[in-house]
Design a protein around this ligand. Sequence first.
Ligand code: C2O
Ligand code: CU
Length: 436
Amino acid sequence: DTSMMMGHSGMNHAGSTTGMEAVSVTKLTGPQTGQPDQRFQLVAEKQKVKIASGDVIDAWTFNGQLPGPELRVKQGDLVEVKLINKDIEEGVTIHWHGQDVPNAEDGVSGVTQDAVMPGETFTYRFIAEQSGSYWYHSHQQSSEQVKKGLFGTLIVEPDAGRPAGEQDITVMDPTYVTESGSEVNFLNPIERRTVAPGTPVRMRLFNTGNWPKIFALSGVAYKVDAIDGTEVNAPTNLEHVRLEVAAGGRYDVTFMMPDTPVFLSTDPSSGMFLSANGQGEMPRIVDGPFFDPLSYGSPKATNISTNTTFDRSYVMVFDNRLGFYDGKFERLFTINGNVFPDTPMLMVKEGDLVKTTFVNRSLVPHPMHLHGHHMLVLSRNGRPTTGSPWWVDTLNVDPGESYEVAFVADNPGVWMDHCHNLEHAAIGMTLHLAYE
Ligand code: C2O
Ligand code: CU
């Protein structure tokens, strides 16, 4: 059985390109020439930022903002982003979470580039091929840098455009972790907005933190229009269900603004209140069952199905044990018994259809994020997907659960596949996918 354990990854951290000889180099970078349609500059800098509570915190920011600025582009745009590191001593990169860019633009320090040190710059160029809600964050010591503020949203408007007059509202994880380790909410606990009845509304729900995040929308029936940027096929109306978004994941929900107020709770004490005049009675907060993408929407043909013959199959079993990592004794989270760099390496050939089975035998959830590719969820605990094709870039795997997912190996390079509880990734819950 070739499905398990290709042995020691053999990958070093200096940006080895082992196994990529067969791949043409132009597929590994974005377009190097041509006038960009959108050009941004992101300056990584330490900054004192005053948050909603009135406290001033020492943040690490892009352009002095917490979170960093929204980057909004159109599908098909050639996007150019110049990263300048002003004063983050340990270096910075930018990873385009969920946007399947060419490998050299993926922003992973030690794999696709070196970290950008103070005074240095790096320019990313890629075509924004996938529309939807994405985000960017530093991928150098990300377990520390993301919670200090080095992240922001990347919104790609679809070719097809948007319903006329649509209100587009981004909701981000409002948590910032201070030097002393305490969590503070850096946005308004309850933000109020005025939205005229009859307005089409899109709420983009981002979980940029660790652990699954629960969103509850009350006062209106709504659709889950997209998951991790990919549109759901034929979404139906939902009411009285809660949404659990994986760490790193995004849901777009859409609805028509009613005459009465709508409330999105992001945790028991914060959220967003919408009404015709910003005032009115708070709808009762939903505490119903969780939404299940496995059976939501309608089936639609994809290039992968349950009777596909896969070119490669891999199994990843997550567990925990105590052990040393980086000289510290900790609870480690293992993949097939190992921590990085002894985790399995996924080897593929361009064009392969690849199946991966995740089995979580540990005590906590693991949101698995694959770079450069989207995964189609085939089944959970042996039950096949019966709704819309469920594409993800980050899949939360709860304790005791197993999932089968599949992807097409269509983006050559060396890619990370890791847990997006970034602390877990930092203690070895990481592996590499490489093209031979
Ligand atoms: Cu959002 Cu490898 O990360
Ligand atoms: Cu994890």
